[in-house]
Design a protein around this ligand. Structure first.
Ligand SMILES: [Zn+2]
Length: 224
């Protein structure tokens, strides 16, 4: 808060050259622009500009100050209005005090909000990090799954190949069994034929033996 120690009054008002810059202002259409008709001249010896103070207990007081725009302003101030009565100053001090309190509260709230934002940002960073790890894990899981699927596919191909081989072998066994059966039947037939032939030969031999026995018997009878 700027403290104004006013110097001796000039013919027009209360001029002072402060170490501080001119007080804050509020626009007022009734007191604005240059004041060439007034005697006051700033430290640049130039025509002054009209302002209305909007700061602390001097709020609403009109003053003249440096009008320079291109070069740094000097700190000349000449008040047009006298200091406000004590009651008004007290009221203004109270209003500005409330405004300051409100500002402090807002700053405190903003600080709290900033801390909360920081916490949220850190939480988000943590979650992003976890998400990155999760994505990596998930990618690895997908890769493992794909690998497993490929291996399963290969295993299925092998099983399919084995099944085909087995089918071929079964067919081959079946045909060889047929051949075997055929050969066996043929051999059995031949054996039966041979047996029949042998039986026939045996019968003939028996017959011949019987004939021979007859002949021998007849010869013995003749000898008697
Ligand atoms: Zn000036």
């Amino acid at each position: 808060m700027v403290s104004w120690s006013e110097g001796s009054s000039s013919s027009d008002g209360y001029s002072v050259t402060s170490e501080a810059p001119a007080p804050a202002t509020i626009f007022c259409s009734e007191w604005t622009g240059l004041a060439p008709d007034l005697e006051a001249r700033c430290e640049h010896q130039c025509v002054c500009e009209k302002f209305v103070c909007f700061e602390s207990v001097d709020s609403g007081r009109r003053y003249l100050a440096c009008a320079q725009k291109e070069i740094p302003k000097c700190k000349f101030v000449e008040w047009i209005d006298p200091e406000w009565p004590a009651t008004l100053k007290m009221s203004l001090a109270r209003v500005w005090g409330m405004y300051d309190d409100e500002n402090k509260l807002r700053i405190s709230e903003n600080l709290h909000l900033a801390e909360e934002n920081l916490r949220v940002v850190r939480e988000k960073e943590k979650m992003d990090k976890e998400l990155r790890f999760f994505k990596l894990d998930f990618a690895k899981m997908v890769a493992d799954k794909e690998q497993a699927i490929t291996e399963l596919g290969n295993a299925r191909l092998v099983v399919s190949d084995l099944k085909q081989e087995l089918e071929k072998k079964k067919l081959s066994d079946k045909s060889s069994t047929s051949i075997h059966k055929f050969v066996r039947a043929k051999a059995e037939k031949e054996r039966d034929e041979m047996k029949q032939q042998m039986d026939s030969m045996k019968e003939q031999m028996d017959n011949m033996k019987e004939e021979l026995d007859k002949v021998v018997s007849q010869r013995d009878d003749l000898k008697k």
